[in-house]
Design a protein around this ligand. Sequence first.
Ligand code: 13P
Ligand code: SF4
Length: 302
Amino acid sequence: MSQADVLAQIQHLKTSRKAVILAHNYQPAEIQDLADFTGDSLELSQQAAITPAEVIVFCGVHFMAETAYILSPMKKVLLPDAAAGCFMADMITAEKLRAKKKELPGVPVVCYVNSPADVKAESDICCTSSNAAKVIESLPQKEILFVPDKYLGQWGASQTGKKLHLWPGFCPTHARILPEHILKLKEEYPTAKVVAHPECRPEVHALADAVLSTGGFMQYARQPDVKQMIVATEEGVIHRLEKENPGKLFIPIKEVAICANMKLTTPEKVLWSLQDMSTEVIVPEEIRLKALGAVQRMLKAV
Ligand code: 13P
Ligand code: SF4
């Protein structure tokens, strides 16, 4: 089947199934182009919560599809490749979190959405990379247990002055971005702005003009004085940045910053997922309701 046939069949099935296709900013270019909406984690969960569609095809990774289901259990949420997990989300379990909470009685848990549903269910409030500092700020307590991303937690602590107990998780893709990559590109492009994702190391944050979510990258790039930008995050964002800002230069951290799980989605898999209505992502109701509390508290706090 030609690529044009695949795309035509996706459009046809999307209408007959009353489906919407959501894509994360790290998805391959052809997936972003066929999606109805492309955005960061917060924007995608907001879309999942308000869409009138009956089916959500979630082009991203498992925790994102789970969050969509947590917010919209009456919809069918499909993940085109069931193997698309998140290495960071796999660095924590609900059991280990329960043990840690016992060591820190009375300390609230802020949980980055890059985590399994049962970990969210054990947490007081969720956050994304775009609102972590505001969520931390919204809590009256001075001491917080932040899970699972130690680098986002360090960034949150630096922005709020609060004492954060950090879970030792991290994103292996962002951890590969090193200060020397930025410094080398700065030598080549001295007037370029440096924008980093908070999942990067603090040494990379320190070299950045701004530390932002992937949605924040899009907003930052629209500023008239930004002509060149060194992009310290997964390279998938470059597609939208270039499409929305013709004539501007976006410089990736070559080769190192690729999330293999985000690249598992293909147009064929999107088609198959609509044909077979699979793979459906579901969260047991007891866990969903507890996790929903943490997600809703985040949506209210920011
Ligand atoms: P954003 O919420 O900034 O899109 O980040 C999601 C993610 O997985 C980053 O690695
Ligand atoms: Fe998870 Fe990192 Fe991939 Fe984001 S880039 S989905 S944090 S492994």
